[in-house]
Design a protein around this ligand. Structure first.
Ligand code: GCV
Length: 842
């Protein structure tokens, strides 16, 4: 019998190990190892009964979650009861617990703030009929849910729960996510599949993923979400659409997540039947009032509205000669009687700026727009400010507007979805970046430390509310983001929104243990990849404050150093033959530095006191400018790109060492992602380094740039059918050229002239998203590899984004061998080739 049980157990464990989809993210409740489970004996430490006081939906969710978590982690079934009889886990609001057990928590034992919780154990005693009592008390029903998740997290992390007395209240009251989802189910800047909310202009038939998502959000204390794109479809306010909103709100309500809507400022005219959207027009005022009343009748707990106005083609008050305050207050007043908030985005700028005018500067826009209006907004209006003055670039200074607004509510907008950060195809853990901004002292009040986190929470200037909003954009993919590692960004956002004083290390350590288990090697490896990944990405994209150097007028993904130049979008870096960077000082530049409070302005005003990481954001300097490290700017650009690409190669090797320690599915999916990232980081390294080499004419002191041992360009091969073509932008391909095939099949032949031996052969080819070309590699007439290029990267062109690689390991090569690559186009994919590389096999 014993043998039989062991056999079943053995069969079960691999099954569990081998089949994780990522859907449960950090809420997997994986069985605890025996030693860890032993820390929670029943009933002395972990009671076997849960007493649920209160019938509110979030409290019911808390009970179900507790049962689910304990079943998963400890393989125990909690008995659920609804009245306090003695020992057990007691969940309810503080008021409910006090009413049910007045002698347990007499009045005067302290309060809990809104959304806060108290975890407290009472030793076995008469009140518990000799059993311990563990209370999960909430300041309100959401607090009960958050406390329950906190308790489960403790158990999942193996922490003691014997002498609990832990009270937590969130740092700020607004902890929301936004979604840029279109009603047709597509997502603007979403990389995890289609919308979980919408399909074909309606709420999805099956909203179970919305409910799953609500659970993830609740586990982090996130209490609100907007559910449609800020580039808003006016139909969202139509009476016919209301039932759809009701359905989504119902799916999220049990998780304490309020829904909010992005609205179109032109709605009074476009769908309201009026001739104007002028916010001071009496008809428009009535429109917004009636609209708010109508929506609140159907969704009484709606969080409010979000508005993108006067930005990127969205209509706003400037069209009718009104101010942002006029616009915001009219809508806010309609929401006010219902307790609704109005988030007015600070992302207001002109995308048709004249780049030839050296005084023009997009970075100035938010402060220029809102400074004079400080104090003119109603108290349920929040100016929603992106972390930096441009647009979620790899490094930006904190937006000066955080320090400017004193008499206006504000929230910070962070981007969880990785629009400019590798779009879920690159692992980039953003918490260290966010923390840098949140902890940045804006010197906004004399004699006080005024970090961004305190300003946006409303603490510095005594505002009524404030907080953090993250653009999440999860999708239907089981991994939510298209990359398991990217889940850490949602986790990190939520944890920071709850408590911005947590360290990046603490956050990632929790996430890794919850997501991948507590094997020390796994934890150490994943933590170290995540914690270094932002710097790594910055190193191989745009360091020193250059911004991401991606294709800002296209997919925001591939490399295109000059895409940001000579156009109206204002993300200029002004690289020329002599130097690089945008001069934003007051003395000789755009004056942007002067938008900060004096102490900060002084720091950014001069080259000498500007931190290296932001040097080129604030100043135009010669390539030979020495950094604080003593290195020149140009050498730093070269070195950082090599460091960045090398770091990703190390990630791949470190991850490979985890085989067998992470379930097979996630192991191979993360490996594929990191290998892809390693390949792309080389494209970025070579492209950016060559661009600046060409521009500056200054050679790399280490001789690497332009010199690639073992690399053979396709354009220099013997080509049959293949034609050589220029690649645009040129830095998208090695040697600025590629070959592509206009017939049914083409070949590129390379003659090997090195020594005999096993070699790794890398084929750099192009995999565009509108076809599935085939490739065959033969060595000395023997087929060594074949594959189909079916990846779906966001480009239809031969460029850096479609650049892909195939590594064929351990190929035997002899002098004179012919290496023949055959490309067979399909659809609009022309089997493009860039180069091959021959390296010694390990
Ligand atoms: C929703 C950037 C993005 C846009 C986005 C905009 C915004 O420009 O590329 O997709 O639009 O920011 O934040 O409104």
């Amino acid at each position: 019998m014993f043998r039989k049980v062991c056999l079943v157990a053995l069969l079960l464990v691999p099954a569990l190990l081998h089949a994780e989809s990522g859907l449960d993210a950090w809420l997997r409740y994986a069985p605890l190892k025996q030693g860890v489970a032993g820390r929670y004996p029943s009933p002395n430490v972990m009671p076997g009964i849960v007493v649920t006081l209160g019938t509110e939906a979030p409290i019911q969710s808390a009970r179900e979650e507790l049962v689910r978590g304990i079943r998963g982690m400890l393989n125990r079934e909690l008995r659920t009861v609804s009245s306090f009889e003695g020992g057990g886990i007691v969940i309810g609001t503080l008021a409910q617990i006090r009413a049910a057990a007045p002698d347990l928590l007499p009045a005067g034992t302290g309060n809990i703030g809104a959304d806060g919780f108290w975890l407290k154990t009472f030793k076995p005693g008469p009140r518990g009929n000799g059993l311990p009592i563990l209370i999960v008390a909430g300041g309100n029903d959401r607090g009960v849910l958050y406390g329950t998740f906190a308790l489960l997290r403790k158990i999942a992390l193996g922490e003691s729960i014997t002498d609990l007395d832990q009270k937590e209240t969130p740092y700020s009251s607004i902890r929301w996510v936004n979604h840029w989802e279109n009603l047709d189910g597509s997502i603007e800047r979403g990389y995890g599949g289609r919308s979980i909310f919408w399909e074909n202009g309606k709420a999805r038939e099956d909203l179970s993923r919305v409910s799953d998502y609500g659970r993830l959000l609740a586990s982090l204390g996130i209490n609100g979400t907007s559910i449609n794109n800020v580039n808003a479809d006016a139909r969202v306010l139509s009476p016919e659409f209301l039932p759809q909103i009701v359905r989504v709100a119902e799916a999220l309500r049990p998780w304490g997540v309020k829904v909010a809507l992005s609205v179109d400022f032109g709605s009074p005219r476009s769908v309201g039947g009026l001739t104007t959207f002028d916010p001071l027009d009496p008809g428009v005022i009535t429109y917004w009032k009636n609209k708010a009343d109508e929506i609140y009748r159907a969704v009484p707990d709606l969080g409010g509205f979000v508005l993108k106005a006067d930005s990127e083609g969205r209509v706003g008050p400037s069209a009718v000669g009104r101010t942002h305050a006029d616009a915001a207050n009219v809508v806010a007043r309609a929401l006010k009687p219902h307790g609704g908030f109005f988030f007015y985005r600070g992302f207001v700028y002109d995308n048709r700026m004249d780049w030839r005018n050296p005084k023009n500067d997009r970075a100035r826009a938010a402060d220029d727009n809102f400074r004079s209006l400080d104090g003119k907004f109603d108290d349920n209006v929040f100016i929603q400010i992106k972390n930096g003055p441009i647009d979620f670039q790899v490094r930006e200074p904190a937006s000066p507007l955080f320090g400017t607004l004193e008499k206006t509510n504000q929230v910070i907008e962070l981007q969880i979805t990785q629009e400019y950060m590798g779009q879920g195809r690159h692992t980039v853990f953003l918490v260290p970046m966010w923390k840098e901004v949140l902890d940045f002292d804006m010197r906004a009040r004399p004699g006080m430390t005024t970090p961004v986190k305190a300003l946006v929470a409303g603490k510095t200037f005594g505002r009524t509310a404030g907080g953090m909003i993250g653009v999440s954009n999860v999708g239907l993919d089981e991994s939510w983001f298209g990359n398991h590692m990217s889940q850490a960004n949602l986790y990190g956002f939520g944890r920071l929104a709850w408590n911005p004083n947590l360290s990046s290390k603490q956050i990632v350590d929790e996430w890794t243990r919850l997501t991948f288990g507590d094997d020390p090697k796994v934890v150490e490896t994943v933590n170290s990849i995540q914690l270094s990944s932002w710097r790594t990405y910055e190193n191989y994209t745009g360091p020193l404050g250059l911004q991401t150097l991606t294709d800002i007028v296209g997919n925001h993904y591939g490399l295109a150093v000059e895409a940001s130049e000579r156009n109206g979008w204002g993300q200029w870096h002004f690289a020329d033959a002599k130097g690089v960077g945008m001069e934003r000082s007051v003395a000789t530049g755009t004056g942007f530095a002067g938008q900060y409070r004096p102490e900060v302005a002084k720091m950014y005003e001069s080259v000498a006191s500007t931190p290296d990481d932001l040097l080129l954001f604030f100043h135009h300097v010669p390539y030979t400018q020495k950094l604080k490290s003593g290195k020149t700017v140009i050498q730093f650009i070269y070195d950082s790109h090599y460091e960045g690409a090398d770091a990703v190669v190390k990630y791949v090797n470190d991850w490979k060492a985890l085989k067998g320690r992470v379930d097979d599915r996630r192991y191979s999916e993360v490996l594929a992602q990191l290998e892809y990232q390693a390949g792309q980081s080389i494209v970025w390294r070579d492209g950016v380094a060559n661009y600046f080499f060409k521009m500056s004419g200054i050679a790399d002191a280490k001789g690497r740039v332009g010199n690639y041992p073992g690399r053979f360009e396709a354009e220099s091969a013997t080509l049959t059918g293949y034609a050589v073509r220029d690649v645009a932008p040129p830095e998208g391909a090695s040697g600025e050229k590629a070959v592509d095939c206009a017939s049914a099949s083409c070949t590129a032949m390379f003659k090997y002239s090195g020594e005999s031996g096993r070699r790794n052969l890398t084929v750099r080819y192009f995999d565009v998203n509108n076809g599935a070309a085939k490739f065959r590699v033969k060595v000395a007439g023997q087929l060594v590899e074949e594959w189909t290029a079916t990846d779906r990267v966001p480009t239809r062109r031969i460029d850096s984004a479609s650049s892909a690689r195939r590594i064929i390991e351990g190929v035997m090569l002899r002098p004179g061998d012919e290496i023949q690559i055959e490309g067979i186009p399909e659809g609009s994919e022309t089997a493009g080739l860039d180069y091959i590389e021959i390296q010694p096999a390990n």
